[in-house]
Design a protein around this ligand. Structure first.
Ligand code: TTP
Ligand code: CA
Length: 357
């Protein structure tokens, strides 16, 4: 299929965490709302996860130190993140959106790409379809989404951000260049702050400036990325919408040198496995919700038992306590154990807010 025949949507929920909180607590609607670390009267550490549009008017944004947010907006409603609720709502939204797409790619907790090329005939139908998705989400979840429609993922992504909140921006193939040209280079997916500074030094501020710049100079300065940036600036992006597979679980298991019925030895092994699993989740910036115990007796009789916690965690204590609780009923003096294992799943990345269920 040629590039010009594709129609891609990018769906992005508006101020997601705070929108969910406002839905759950109608009494805070209209007030500035900030989800993030505890401000502790201005002495808190940690950062803002997100803020609603009222708080954004006061300058409070994602990533700002919470103490700074407190100075800008002490009257805001400050709430700790309720990840399990956001994940549940995210799942429901993704289920709604997925239904409309030929190909679907979740991109973070509140974003997704949809390839609807063979669902619609042209941009007029595409716009109707985008409206339908927005209203189904509004009706079923009470939340607003912004959708960008374009010939590829890049244009769709930039378009969804163009008229927020509750936006719908359609950019047809022939409009791409004019649409992108006046926007800051920062809007391009892979242009970070450092690159932005370097580009500014070259006199490149807008996407249009970048598109007009000599590609080989960019390549000599930034390597492959320079070449890619130049393509993106011209609105060229051939990447496909595809289901992403992430880390789904983290697990460790151990086989005893000799089968054993010594409950102390088995519990100690389990604790050590929990330490390894917890370390790995921490290194990968993951929180988990489901803990699974695996136990194999002599003669290979194997059992697994899982428990889903009511909250997301990455604490060793939670892991060890729950794994132990599941293990104890299996331990008997006359039953020798060959192997124990621990797995955590229902993972969420704290770093990029990617869901890896
Ligand atoms: P975003 O989509 O970047 O932001 P948003 O939905 O809050 O606001 P917008 O209307 O501009 O799209 O991120 C989605 C959620 O991810 C956000 O609600 C909270 C979380 N998040 C963080 O926890 N830390 C961050 O630094 C960012 C950017 C987001
Ligand atoms: Ca969002």
């Amino acid at each position: 299929m040629s590039e010009s025949q594709r129609i891609i949507f990018h769906l992005d929920m508006d101020h997601f965490y705070t929108a969910v909180e406002e839905r759950e607590r109608p009494e805070i609607k209209g007030k500035p709302v900030i989800v993030g670390a505890d401000p502790k009267g201005g002495k808190g550490r940690g950062v803002v996860a997100t803020s609603n549009y009222v708080a954004r008017k006061a300058g409070v944004r994602s990533g700002l130190p919470i103490s700074h947010a407190w100075r800008l907006c002490p009257e805001a409603v400050y709430l700790p993140p309720n990840f399990s609720l956001y994940i549940k709502v995210s799942d429901e939204i993704m289920t709604i959106a997925r239904n409309y797409a030929n190909k679907f790619e979740q991109w973070g907790i509140d974003e997704a790409f949809l390839d609807v090329s063979s669902k619609v005939n042209g941009y007029v139908e595409a716009e109707d379809l985008a409206r339908q998705i927005k209203s189904e989400i509004k009706e079923k979840e009470g939340l607003t989404a912004s959708i960008g429609v374009g010939p590829n993922k890049l244009v769709a992504k930039v378009a969804s951000d163009f008229q927020k909140p509750d936006g719908l921006t359609v950019v047809r193939d022939e409009e791409v260049e004019v649409f992108l040209a006046p926007l800051s280079v920062r809007k391009l997916l892979w242009v970070g702050r450092k690159t932005e500074v370097k580009l500014k030094e070259l006199g490149v501020n807008t996407i249009g400036d970048l598109a007009a710049y000599d590609a080989s100079t960019l390549t000599s300065m930034f390597g492959v990325m320079g070449w890619q940036m130049h393509l993106l600036a011209r609105g060229i992006d051939k990447s496909e919408v595809e289901e992403r597979v992430g880390v789904k679980s983290v697990s460790h298991e151990t086989t005893f040198e000799e089968d054993t019925a010594d409950s102390n030895a088995i519990l100690q092994a389990l604790n050590e496995l929990c330490v390894e699993v917890q370390k790995e989740t921490e290194n990968q910036h993951l929180l988990f919700k489901t803990v699974t115990l695996k136990i194999r007796f002599e003669h290979f009789e194997t059992h697994t038992k899982s428990k889903t916690l009511p909250f997301l965690t990455n604490r060793l204590y939670d892991l060890q306590k729950n794994a132990k609780e599941m293990l104890l009923p299996y331990l008997h003096e006359d039953r020798k154990v060959r192997l124990v294992g621990v797995r955590v799943s229902s993972l969420v990345s704290t770093e990029k807010q990617k869901i890896l269920l």
